[in-house]
Design a binder for this molecule. Structure first.
Ligand SMILES: Cc1cc2nc3c(=O)[nH]c(=O)nc-3n(C[C@H](O)[C@H](O)[C@H](O)COP(=O)(O)OP(=O)(O)OC[C@H]3O[C@@H](n4cnc5c(N)ncnc54)[C@H](O)[C@@H]3O)c2cc1C
Length: 429
Protein backbone atom coordinates (compact mmCIF):
# COMPACT_ATOMS: atom_id res chain seq x y z
CA UNK A 1 0.00 0.00 0.00
CA UNK A 2 1.06 3.57 -0.56
CA UNK A 3 1.33 6.03 2.32
CA UNK A 4 -1.96 7.58 3.41
CA UNK A 5 -2.85 11.15 2.45
CA UNK A 6 -1.98 13.35 5.38
CA UNK A 7 -0.04 16.49 6.23
CA UNK A 8 3.24 14.58 6.28
CA UNK A 9 2.86 12.99 2.85
CA UNK A 10 1.63 16.29 1.39
CA UNK A 11 4.86 17.97 2.57
CA UNK A 12 7.38 15.12 2.23
CA UNK A 13 10.68 16.29 0.75
CA UNK A 14 11.91 12.97 -0.63
CA UNK A 15 10.13 10.94 -3.28
CA UNK A 16 12.64 8.06 -3.42
CA UNK A 17 11.04 4.65 -3.89
CA UNK A 18 12.85 1.45 -3.00
CA UNK A 19 12.26 -1.70 -5.08
CA UNK A 20 10.51 -4.84 -3.83
CA UNK A 21 12.71 -7.85 -3.07
CA UNK A 22 12.70 -10.15 -6.10
CA UNK A 23 15.55 -12.61 -5.45
CA UNK A 24 17.24 -14.53 -2.64
CA UNK A 25 19.97 -12.66 -0.76
CA UNK A 26 22.22 -13.16 2.28
CA UNK A 27 23.08 -10.43 4.79
CA UNK A 28 24.35 -9.98 8.33
CA UNK A 29 21.21 -8.23 9.59
CA UNK A 30 17.69 -8.49 8.18
CA UNK A 31 15.06 -6.07 9.49
CA UNK A 32 11.28 -6.40 9.32
CA UNK A 33 9.52 -3.01 9.22
CA UNK A 34 10.44 0.41 7.86
CA UNK A 35 9.28 2.80 10.59
CA UNK A 36 11.63 4.54 13.01
CA UNK A 37 12.60 1.31 14.79
CA UNK A 38 13.56 -0.50 11.58
CA UNK A 39 15.15 2.42 9.76
CA UNK A 40 17.10 3.69 12.80
CA UNK A 41 18.32 0.12 13.38
CA UNK A 42 19.41 -0.06 9.73
CA UNK A 43 21.46 3.13 10.17
CA UNK A 44 23.02 1.91 13.42
CA UNK A 45 23.96 -1.48 11.92
CA UNK A 46 25.22 -0.07 8.61
CA UNK A 47 27.32 2.51 10.48
CA UNK A 48 28.93 -0.40 12.34
CA UNK A 49 29.84 -2.05 9.05
CA UNK A 50 27.20 -4.81 8.88
CA UNK A 51 25.47 -5.72 5.63
CA UNK A 52 21.80 -4.90 6.12
CA UNK A 53 18.51 -5.64 4.33
CA UNK A 54 15.23 -4.06 5.45
CA UNK A 55 11.80 -5.22 4.26
CA UNK A 56 8.85 -2.85 4.58
CA UNK A 57 5.39 -4.26 3.76
CA UNK A 58 4.23 -0.91 2.37
CA UNK A 59 6.38 2.23 2.08
CA UNK A 60 9.09 3.55 4.41
CA UNK A 61 7.32 5.53 7.16
CA UNK A 62 3.90 4.11 6.25
CA UNK A 63 2.94 3.21 9.86
CA UNK A 64 2.85 5.28 13.05
CA UNK A 65 6.12 6.94 12.02
CA UNK A 66 4.49 8.83 9.14
CA UNK A 67 1.36 9.74 11.10
CA UNK A 68 2.39 10.87 14.60
CA UNK A 69 2.42 14.16 16.49
CA UNK A 70 6.14 14.79 15.87
CA UNK A 71 6.92 15.45 19.54
CA UNK A 72 10.31 14.19 20.68
CA UNK A 73 10.13 14.13 24.45
CA UNK A 74 11.90 12.51 27.37
CA UNK A 75 8.67 10.67 28.24
CA UNK A 76 10.18 7.21 28.29
CA UNK A 77 7.03 5.13 28.51
CA UNK A 78 6.81 2.79 31.49
CA UNK A 79 9.50 4.64 33.44
CA UNK A 80 7.79 4.18 36.81
CA UNK A 81 7.21 0.47 36.21
CA UNK A 82 10.86 0.13 35.13
CA UNK A 83 12.03 1.89 38.26
CA UNK A 84 9.92 -0.36 40.48
CA UNK A 85 11.19 -3.54 38.80
CA UNK A 86 14.83 -2.43 38.83
CA UNK A 87 14.68 -1.46 42.51
CA UNK A 88 13.07 -4.78 43.36
CA UNK A 89 15.96 -6.51 41.64
CA UNK A 90 18.46 -4.47 43.67
CA UNK A 91 19.71 -2.38 40.71
CA UNK A 92 21.85 0.22 42.49
CA UNK A 93 21.60 3.07 40.01
CA UNK A 94 18.06 2.51 38.77
CA UNK A 95 17.00 6.15 38.88
CA UNK A 96 20.18 7.39 37.18
CA UNK A 97 19.91 4.67 34.51
CA UNK A 98 16.38 5.67 33.57
CA UNK A 99 17.00 9.39 33.81
CA UNK A 100 19.95 9.33 31.42
CA UNK A 101 18.33 6.84 29.06
CA UNK A 102 15.28 9.06 28.55
CA UNK A 103 17.38 11.82 26.91
CA UNK A 104 19.55 9.60 24.71
CA UNK A 105 17.08 9.58 21.81
CA UNK A 106 17.28 13.38 21.56
CA UNK A 107 21.08 13.22 21.12
CA UNK A 108 20.88 10.43 18.55
CA UNK A 109 18.26 12.31 16.51
CA UNK A 110 20.07 15.66 16.67
CA UNK A 111 23.38 14.07 15.76
CA UNK A 112 21.86 12.11 12.87
CA UNK A 113 20.08 15.15 11.45
CA UNK A 114 23.37 17.06 11.54
CA UNK A 115 25.54 14.25 10.18
CA UNK A 116 23.30 13.38 7.23
CA UNK A 117 21.87 16.86 6.58
CA UNK A 118 18.28 15.75 7.12
CA UNK A 119 15.70 18.50 6.62
CA UNK A 120 12.79 17.84 8.95
CA UNK A 121 11.69 21.21 10.39
CA UNK A 122 13.45 20.60 13.70
CA UNK A 123 12.31 22.93 16.50
CA UNK A 124 12.89 22.96 20.25
CA UNK A 125 10.54 23.58 23.17
CA UNK A 126 7.78 21.63 24.83
CA UNK A 127 5.11 22.23 27.43
CA UNK A 128 3.63 19.42 29.50
CA UNK A 129 0.48 21.00 30.87
CA UNK A 130 -1.32 20.19 34.13
CA UNK A 131 -4.94 19.41 33.29
CA UNK A 132 -5.97 18.94 36.92
CA UNK A 133 -4.99 21.11 39.84
CA UNK A 134 -3.98 18.01 41.76
CA UNK A 135 -1.34 17.19 39.10
CA UNK A 136 0.76 20.07 40.41
CA UNK A 137 2.68 18.32 43.23
CA UNK A 138 3.85 15.56 40.86
CA UNK A 139 4.87 18.13 38.27
CA UNK A 140 6.88 20.10 40.83
CA UNK A 141 8.55 16.89 41.84
CA UNK A 142 9.55 16.20 38.22
CA UNK A 143 11.01 19.70 37.89
CA UNK A 144 12.97 19.23 41.10
CA UNK A 145 14.36 15.93 39.80
CA UNK A 146 15.39 17.57 36.51
CA UNK A 147 17.19 20.32 38.43
CA UNK A 148 18.92 17.76 40.62
CA UNK A 149 20.26 16.21 37.39
CA UNK A 150 21.60 19.59 36.24
CA UNK A 151 18.80 20.64 33.87
CA UNK A 152 18.08 24.01 35.54
CA UNK A 153 18.54 25.86 32.25
CA UNK A 154 16.30 23.49 30.29
CA UNK A 155 13.37 22.71 32.57
CA UNK A 156 11.10 25.11 34.46
CA UNK A 157 7.74 25.04 36.20
CA UNK A 158 5.31 27.61 34.79
CA UNK A 159 2.35 28.86 36.80
CA UNK A 160 -1.15 28.98 35.35
CA UNK A 161 -0.65 32.66 34.41
CA UNK A 162 2.71 31.97 32.77
CA UNK A 163 1.19 29.14 30.72
CA UNK A 164 -1.61 31.45 29.66
CA UNK A 165 0.94 33.99 28.47
CA UNK A 166 2.41 31.32 26.23
CA UNK A 167 -0.82 29.69 25.04
CA UNK A 168 -4.07 31.51 24.34
CA UNK A 169 -6.22 28.95 26.14
CA UNK A 170 -8.52 28.87 29.16
CA UNK A 171 -7.24 25.38 30.05
CA UNK A 172 -4.47 24.10 32.35
CA UNK A 173 -3.28 24.76 35.89
CA UNK A 174 0.39 25.24 35.02
CA UNK A 175 2.98 23.23 33.16
CA UNK A 176 6.55 22.07 32.73
CA UNK A 177 8.44 24.03 30.10
CA UNK A 178 11.21 21.88 28.62
CA UNK A 179 13.68 23.44 26.22
CA UNK A 180 15.52 20.19 25.55
CA UNK A 181 12.50 18.48 23.97
CA UNK A 182 12.07 18.73 20.22
CA UNK A 183 9.38 18.68 17.59
CA UNK A 184 9.78 17.87 13.93
CA UNK A 185 8.40 16.53 10.64
CA UNK A 186 8.35 12.86 11.51
CA UNK A 187 8.09 11.40 8.00
CA UNK A 188 10.89 13.59 6.62
CA UNK A 189 13.15 12.49 9.49
CA UNK A 190 12.45 8.84 8.70
CA UNK A 191 12.92 9.31 4.94
CA UNK A 192 16.21 11.12 5.63
CA UNK A 193 17.38 8.27 7.82
CA UNK A 194 16.37 5.75 5.15
CA UNK A 195 18.46 7.73 2.65
CA UNK A 196 21.36 7.68 5.12
CA UNK A 197 21.07 3.90 5.60
CA UNK A 198 20.95 3.37 1.85
CA UNK A 199 24.00 5.59 1.33
CA UNK A 200 25.86 3.35 3.79
CA UNK A 201 25.03 0.29 1.69
CA UNK A 202 21.87 -0.98 3.41
CA UNK A 203 19.42 -2.57 0.97
CA UNK A 204 15.89 -1.29 1.49
CA UNK A 205 12.89 -3.08 0.00
CA UNK A 206 9.41 -1.54 -0.06
CA UNK A 207 6.13 -3.33 -0.87
CA UNK A 208 7.77 -6.44 0.59
CA UNK A 209 5.75 -7.99 3.43
CA UNK A 210 7.66 -10.58 5.39
CA UNK A 211 5.40 -13.61 5.48
CA UNK A 212 7.32 -15.68 7.98
CA UNK A 213 10.55 -15.91 9.94
CA UNK A 214 11.86 -19.43 9.66
CA UNK A 215 14.59 -20.92 11.85
CA UNK A 216 16.00 -19.28 14.93
CA UNK A 217 19.68 -20.16 14.66
CA UNK A 218 20.05 -19.27 11.01
CA UNK A 219 16.92 -17.25 10.45
CA UNK A 220 15.39 -16.73 7.01
CA UNK A 221 12.81 -14.10 6.12
CA UNK A 222 10.25 -15.43 3.67
CA UNK A 223 8.70 -12.95 1.26
CA UNK A 224 6.55 -13.49 -1.86
CA UNK A 225 9.45 -13.36 -4.34
CA UNK A 226 12.62 -13.93 -2.34
CA UNK A 227 14.20 -15.25 0.81
CA UNK A 228 16.67 -13.34 2.97
CA UNK A 229 19.19 -15.45 4.82
CA UNK A 230 20.53 -13.51 7.78
CA UNK A 231 22.86 -13.97 10.71
CA UNK A 232 20.48 -11.89 12.84
CA UNK A 233 16.92 -10.68 12.36
CA UNK A 234 15.37 -7.59 13.94
CA UNK A 235 11.61 -7.55 14.15
CA UNK A 236 10.46 -3.90 14.02
CA UNK A 237 6.85 -4.17 12.79
CA UNK A 238 5.36 -2.73 16.00
CA UNK A 239 1.54 -2.72 16.14
CA UNK A 240 1.21 -3.63 12.46
CA UNK A 241 2.88 -7.03 12.34
CA UNK A 242 1.34 -10.43 12.97
CA UNK A 243 4.57 -12.46 13.15
CA UNK A 244 5.65 -14.90 15.89
CA UNK A 245 2.26 -14.74 17.64
CA UNK A 246 3.13 -17.72 19.81
CA UNK A 247 5.85 -15.82 21.64
CA UNK A 248 4.68 -12.21 21.27
CA UNK A 249 0.87 -12.55 21.16
CA UNK A 250 -1.05 -10.92 24.04
CA UNK A 251 1.82 -8.58 24.96
CA UNK A 252 1.14 -5.64 22.66
CA UNK A 253 -2.14 -3.99 21.75
CA UNK A 254 -2.96 -1.67 18.90
CA UNK A 255 -4.41 1.71 19.91
CA UNK A 256 -5.80 3.88 17.14
CA UNK A 257 -4.94 7.56 17.62
CA UNK A 258 -6.34 10.50 15.66
CA UNK A 259 -4.38 13.44 14.30
CA UNK A 260 -5.21 16.42 12.08
CA UNK A 261 -3.92 19.75 10.80
CA UNK A 262 -5.70 23.02 10.19
CA UNK A 263 -5.20 25.22 7.16
CA UNK A 264 -2.06 27.44 7.45
CA UNK A 265 -2.70 30.14 10.07
CA UNK A 266 -1.66 33.77 9.64
CA UNK A 267 1.57 34.63 11.50
CA UNK A 268 -0.52 36.80 13.79
CA UNK A 269 -2.94 34.00 14.75
CA UNK A 270 -0.16 31.41 15.12
CA UNK A 271 1.76 33.71 17.47
CA UNK A 272 -1.40 34.57 19.40
CA UNK A 273 -2.27 30.93 20.20
CA UNK A 274 1.28 29.65 20.75
CA UNK A 275 3.71 32.54 21.19
CA UNK A 276 6.78 30.38 21.93
CA UNK A 277 6.09 27.80 19.21
CA UNK A 278 6.15 24.95 21.70
CA UNK A 279 4.79 21.44 21.29
CA UNK A 280 2.23 20.62 23.97
CA UNK A 281 0.56 17.64 25.58
CA UNK A 282 -1.51 17.50 28.72
CA UNK A 283 -1.44 15.31 31.80
CA UNK A 284 -4.44 13.09 31.11
CA UNK A 285 -4.11 9.41 30.37
CA UNK A 286 -5.99 9.94 27.10
CA UNK A 287 -4.41 13.24 26.22
CA UNK A 288 -4.50 15.98 23.59
CA UNK A 289 -1.22 16.85 21.86
CA UNK A 290 -0.50 19.68 19.46
CA UNK A 291 2.12 21.91 17.86
CA UNK A 292 2.58 24.32 14.98
CA UNK A 293 4.05 22.94 11.77
CA UNK A 294 6.67 24.75 9.69
CA UNK A 295 3.92 26.23 7.51
CA UNK A 296 1.91 27.51 10.54
CA UNK A 297 -0.77 24.83 10.67
CA UNK A 298 -1.91 23.64 14.05
CA UNK A 299 -1.37 19.87 14.23
CA UNK A 300 -3.80 18.60 16.86
CA UNK A 301 -4.17 14.99 17.98
CA UNK A 302 -5.90 12.93 20.62
CA UNK A 303 -8.87 10.63 21.00
CA UNK A 304 -7.64 7.10 21.45
CA UNK A 305 -9.58 4.02 20.49
CA UNK A 306 -8.14 1.03 22.33
CA UNK A 307 -10.40 -1.46 20.62
CA UNK A 308 -8.07 -1.26 17.60
CA UNK A 309 -10.93 -0.08 15.35
CA UNK A 310 -10.59 3.04 13.22
CA UNK A 311 -12.02 6.29 14.60
CA UNK A 312 -15.13 7.09 12.57
CA UNK A 313 -14.63 10.78 11.75
CA UNK A 314 -11.33 12.11 13.03
CA UNK A 315 -11.90 15.80 12.24
CA UNK A 316 -15.39 15.79 13.80
CA UNK A 317 -14.19 14.03 16.92
CA UNK A 318 -11.06 16.19 17.48
CA UNK A 319 -12.43 19.63 16.53
CA UNK A 320 -14.43 20.21 19.77
CA UNK A 321 -11.26 19.59 21.84
CA UNK A 322 -9.25 21.87 19.56
CA UNK A 323 -11.81 24.68 19.95
CA UNK A 324 -12.05 24.13 23.69
CA UNK A 325 -8.25 24.58 23.75
CA UNK A 326 -8.10 27.52 21.35
CA UNK A 327 -11.46 29.31 20.97
CA UNK A 328 -9.65 31.77 18.62
CA UNK A 329 -9.57 29.00 15.98
CA UNK A 330 -13.36 29.04 15.49
CA UNK A 331 -14.07 28.85 11.76
CA UNK A 332 -10.57 27.55 10.90
CA UNK A 333 -10.60 24.87 8.18
CA UNK A 334 -9.24 21.38 8.81
CA UNK A 335 -7.13 20.37 5.80
CA UNK A 336 -5.95 16.89 6.81
CA UNK A 337 -7.26 14.34 9.31
CA UNK A 338 -6.03 10.78 9.75
CA UNK A 339 -5.42 7.93 12.17
CA UNK A 340 -2.44 5.78 13.07
CA UNK A 341 -1.89 2.75 15.23
CA UNK A 342 0.46 2.81 18.20
CA UNK A 343 1.58 -0.29 20.10
CA UNK A 344 0.54 -0.23 23.77
CA UNK A 345 2.06 -2.48 26.43
CA UNK A 346 0.12 -3.16 29.65
CA UNK A 347 2.86 -1.89 32.00
CA UNK A 348 4.07 0.55 29.29
CA UNK A 349 7.65 -0.77 29.34
CA UNK A 350 8.91 -1.14 25.74
CA UNK A 351 9.01 -4.78 24.64
CA UNK A 352 12.60 -5.54 23.74
CA UNK A 353 14.14 -8.99 23.67
CA UNK A 354 15.31 -11.99 21.73
CA UNK A 355 13.61 -15.14 20.43
CA UNK A 356 16.07 -18.01 20.27
CA UNK A 357 19.63 -16.85 19.71
CA UNK A 358 19.29 -14.63 16.65
CA UNK A 359 15.88 -13.00 16.34
CA UNK A 360 15.61 -9.67 18.16
CA UNK A 361 12.50 -7.52 18.59
CA UNK A 362 11.76 -3.97 19.76
CA UNK A 363 8.21 -2.65 19.86
CA UNK A 364 5.50 -1.05 22.01
CA UNK A 365 6.46 2.47 23.02
CA UNK A 366 2.90 3.29 24.11
CA UNK A 367 2.54 6.50 22.10
CA UNK A 368 5.97 7.92 23.00
CA UNK A 369 8.09 6.27 20.37
CA UNK A 370 10.07 8.83 18.42
CA UNK A 371 12.90 9.18 20.93
CA UNK A 372 12.42 5.66 22.33
CA UNK A 373 12.61 3.89 18.95
CA UNK A 374 15.98 5.56 18.35
CA UNK A 375 17.21 4.54 21.81
CA UNK A 376 16.12 0.94 21.21
CA UNK A 377 17.76 0.84 17.78
CA UNK A 378 21.04 1.76 19.45
CA UNK A 379 20.45 -0.78 22.23
CA UNK A 380 19.90 -3.51 19.58
CA UNK A 381 23.01 -2.50 17.64
CA UNK A 382 25.06 -2.58 20.84
CA UNK A 383 23.63 -6.01 21.67
CA UNK A 384 24.54 -7.42 18.26
CA UNK A 385 28.10 -6.15 18.71
CA UNK A 386 28.35 -7.75 22.13
CA UNK A 387 27.49 -4.90 24.54
CA UNK A 388 24.52 -6.34 26.33
CA UNK A 389 24.28 -4.03 29.31
CA UNK A 390 21.16 -2.10 28.30
CA UNK A 391 19.66 -4.84 26.17
CA UNK A 392 19.70 -7.26 29.10
CA UNK A 393 17.97 -4.73 31.34
CA UNK A 394 15.10 -4.49 28.86
CA UNK A 395 14.98 -8.17 27.98
CA UNK A 396 14.69 -9.00 31.71
CA UNK A 397 11.67 -6.78 32.45
CA UNK A 398 8.55 -8.71 33.39
CA UNK A 399 5.56 -8.25 31.13
CA UNK A 400 2.04 -9.42 31.68
CA UNK A 401 0.46 -11.36 28.86
CA UNK A 402 -3.28 -11.06 28.60
CA UNK A 403 -4.48 -14.66 28.36
CA UNK A 404 -6.71 -15.39 25.40
CA UNK A 405 -5.99 -11.99 23.84
CA UNK A 406 -5.75 -13.61 20.42
CA UNK A 407 -9.16 -15.17 20.92
CA UNK A 408 -10.92 -12.14 22.34
CA UNK A 409 -9.10 -9.35 20.48
CA UNK A 410 -8.63 -6.03 22.22
CA UNK A 411 -11.82 -6.14 24.25
CA UNK A 412 -9.88 -6.57 27.49
CA UNK A 413 -7.71 -3.58 26.85
CA UNK A 414 -10.64 -1.45 25.70
CA UNK A 415 -12.40 -2.23 28.98
CA UNK A 416 -9.32 -1.35 31.02
CA UNK A 417 -8.83 1.92 29.18
CA UNK A 418 -12.51 2.78 29.53
CA UNK A 419 -12.07 2.33 33.29
CA UNK A 420 -9.12 4.77 33.33
CA UNK A 421 -11.06 7.35 31.34
CA UNK A 422 -14.04 6.97 33.68
CA UNK A 423 -11.77 7.40 36.72
CA UNK A 424 -10.31 10.52 35.16
CA UNK A 425 -13.80 11.98 34.63
CA UNK A 426 -14.62 11.40 38.29
CA UNK A 427 -11.35 13.02 39.32
CA UNK A 428 -12.13 16.01 37.15
CA UNK A 429 -15.43 16.83 38.88
C1 LIG B 1 -1.37 9.28 15.75
C2 LIG B 1 -0.10 8.99 16.51
C3 LIG B 1 0.54 10.03 17.17
C4 LIG B 1 1.75 9.79 17.86
N1 LIG B 1 2.43 10.86 18.36
C5 LIG B 1 3.66 10.68 18.89
C6 LIG B 1 4.44 11.80 19.31
O1 LIG B 1 4.06 12.96 19.15
N2 LIG B 1 5.65 11.53 19.88
C7 LIG B 1 6.14 10.27 20.02
O2 LIG B 1 7.23 10.09 20.56
N3 LIG B 1 5.44 9.19 19.58
C8 LIG B 1 4.23 9.36 19.00
N4 LIG B 1 3.54 8.29 18.52
C9 LIG B 1 4.17 6.96 18.56
C10 LIG B 1 5.24 6.80 17.47
O3 LIG B 1 4.77 7.26 16.24
C11 LIG B 1 5.61 5.31 17.37
O4 LIG B 1 5.98 4.83 18.64
C12 LIG B 1 6.78 5.06 16.42
O5 LIG B 1 6.58 5.68 15.18
C13 LIG B 1 6.94 3.55 16.25
O6 LIG B 1 7.83 3.28 15.20
P1 LIG B 1 7.99 1.77 14.69
O7 LIG B 1 8.97 1.79 13.62
O8 LIG B 1 8.23 0.90 15.85
O9 LIG B 1 6.53 1.39 14.16
P2 LIG B 1 5.76 1.88 12.84
O10 LIG B 1 6.12 3.26 12.48
O11 LIG B 1 4.32 1.59 13.05
O12 LIG B 1 6.37 0.97 11.69
C14 LIG B 1 6.14 -0.40 11.60
C15 LIG B 1 6.29 -0.76 10.14
O13 LIG B 1 6.42 -2.17 10.03
C16 LIG B 1 5.79 -2.56 8.83
N5 LIG B 1 5.48 -3.98 8.92
C17 LIG B 1 4.62 -4.60 9.79
N6 LIG B 1 4.58 -5.92 9.56
C18 LIG B 1 5.45 -6.17 8.55
C19 LIG B 1 5.83 -7.35 7.86
N7 LIG B 1 5.33 -8.54 8.17
N8 LIG B 1 6.73 -7.22 6.86
C20 LIG B 1 7.28 -6.02 6.54
N9 LIG B 1 6.93 -4.87 7.15
C21 LIG B 1 6.02 -4.94 8.15
C22 LIG B 1 4.58 -1.66 8.74
O14 LIG B 1 4.10 -1.56 7.42
C23 LIG B 1 5.10 -0.36 9.30
O15 LIG B 1 5.53 0.54 8.30
C24 LIG B 1 2.30 8.47 17.89
C25 LIG B 1 1.64 7.43 17.25
C26 LIG B 1 0.47 7.67 16.56
C27 LIG B 1 -0.21 6.54 15.86
Amino acid sequence: MDRIDNYYTATQNDTTTYPPLESDISVDIAIVGGGFTGVATAVEMAERGFSVALCEANRIGWGATGRNGGQVTGSLSGDQAMLAQLRKRGHKDAEDFIWHLRWEGHDIIRERIARYGIECDLKTGHLHTAWHENDIPEFLNTVETAHRYGMEDDVAWLSQDEVHQMLDTPLYHGGIYNKRNLHLHSLNLCLGEARAASSLGAQLFEQTPVLDIVGRRQPHLKTAKGIIKAKKVVLAGNAYHKLVRKQLGGLLFPAVLGNMTTEPLSDELATKINSHDVAVYDSRMVLDYYRLTADNRLMFGGGTNYSGRELANVAASLTPSMLETFPALKGTRIDYAWTGTAGIVMNRIPLVGKLGSNVYYAQGYSGHGIATSHIMAEVLAEAVTGTLEKFDVFADFDHRRVPGAQLFGNGFLAMGMWYYQFREKLRNR
